[in-house]
Write a protein that binds this ligand. Structure first.
Ligand SMILES: Cc1cc2nc3c(=O)[nH]c(=O)nc-3n(C[C@H](O)[C@H](O)[C@H](O)COP(=O)(O)O)c2cc1C
Length: 370
């Protein structure tokens, strides 16, 4: 029976006409080469999912320094650009749209991924937890605090990566400013204890992320094809709040992003994958109202919850992460009420095409033209 859910109807955001309000959330799958080149079977994986409103790629390193996980892709060498071109072409042949997520992990990294050099961060503060390296999981280390002039160089790395994404045929880019990677490390007062113009006041802590956004929008001819991902309520990589004034910080951030005319903010409502509970003072609808562009809601969404949020005018689009791992035709399944397949965790990170690009659709394998 066809489902006439409003979530599955066409919508226009900026100049992008989308067939539905379902977004494929960025999903790191750790299947790229040591040189950060995505495999050919990633062509099948992404193109199989092209009937959603918008695909957002897995987080993609803007430079060698940005890398914090083994086997993640990059977008800064000609070889990487060519591989991504093959992917975007296949997505476009199936009438899909795809943005690339621009990533710098900062302190969520490990020396073994950098020839022994320390990961970089706003301040020399060791994160909890472990890094995914070529030698398995290893404890995080205390990073090196960036010198002021190095920060300008990283802005230029973002500019270069944004240009590479354009050359690779993406329809736009999403700046990853969530989940306590480098940009969020600057935003939060617990991880940014700098005393130069990039630390201290909210204005100073937002300076670097906003310089990045400015560089990226310059490459893309304005904010119309640039989105940003934020996670105001995250506690990662631990379980305690990262910021003493979340709403003041993120209110100022969203106001500044709104002025730049970004296409969307992509908000992780709660702690990614773990909970939708948020502290009392965190108010996502209030952030949405302050922003001029579209609002993509994420975290533990079902079709029913998306319908409810849309009816209450609390979001425009809805991104689905884990549901996309094993359901290439998620939109079709939501439309027909078909059951969703579940990907075992052993397939999430690392490996080949098995458990990645071989999940069938409801009507059999979705074959992709190369
Ligand atoms: C395997 C896996 C990889 C992920 N990789 C990324 C990533 O590269 N970038 C990102 O911003 N979030 C990443 N996330 C978080 C998801 O985008 C999403 O926020 C999370 O899964 C919650 O949405 P869901 O409840 O629909 O799964 C990842 C999540 C999973 C399960």
């Amino acid at each position: 029976m066809p489902n006439d859910s409003p979530v599955l109807q066409p919508v226009t955001i900026g100049d992008l006409h989308l067939p539905n309000r379902v977004v494929m959330a960025p999903l790191t799958r750790s299947r790229s080469s040591e040189a950060g080149v995505p495999p050919d079977f990633a062509i099948d994986y992404y193109a199989q999912r092209a009937d959603c409103g918008l695909i957002i790629s897995e987080a993609t390193n803007i430079s060698a320094q940005a890398r914090g996980y083994a086997m993640t892709p990059g977008i800064f060498t000609p070889e990487q650009v060519e591989a991504w071109q093959r992917i975007t072409r296949a997505v476009h042949r199936r009438d899909g749209r795809m943005f690339l997520q621009l990533w710098h992990t900062g302190r969520i990294s490990h020396p073994s991924l950098h020839g022994g050099a320390l990961p970089v961060a706003p301040s020399a503060l060791k994160p909890k937890g472990q890094a995914f390296t070529n030698d398995g999981m290893q404890d995080h280390v205390t990073p090196r605090a960036l010198e002021t002039d190095e920060i300008l160089a990283i802005v230029e790395d973002y500019r270069h990566a944004a240009q590479c994404a354009k050359d690779a045929g993406f329809d736009g880019v999403e700046v990853h400013s969530a989940n306590n990677y480098l940009l969020e490390q600057f935003v939060r007062d617990s991880t940014n204890q700098r005393t130069d113009r990039y630390g201290g006041s909210i204005e100073n802590r937002l300076r670097f992320p906003l310089e990045v956004v400015k560089a990226v929008t310059e490459v893309w001819g304005g904010g119309g094809r640039v989105g940003i991902r934020i996670s105001p309520a995250t506690t990662e990589p631990g379980s305690t709040p990262l910021d003493s004034t979340v709403m003041a910080t993120y209110g100022a951030y969203v106001d500044a992003l709104s002025k730049v005319g970004l296409l969307y903010i992509h908000d992780i409502e709660g702690v990614t994958q773990q909970t939708r509970d948020v502290p009392d003072d965190v108010d996502f609808p209030a952030l949405r109202r302050r922003f001029s562009g579209a609002y993509i809601a994420n975290n533990q969404y079902t079709l029913e919850l998306a319908e409810q949020m849309l009816a209450e005018d609390k979001a425009d689009l809805f991104s689905f992460g884990r549901s996309y791992l094993a359901n290439p035709d998620l939109v079709g399944r939501l439309r027909s009420g078909a059951p969703l397949a579940d990907a075992p965790k052993s397939y999430w990170y690392g490996g080949g095409s098995v458990g990645y690009s071989d999940w069938p659709g409801m009507n059999g394998q979705i074959t992709i033209e190369r």
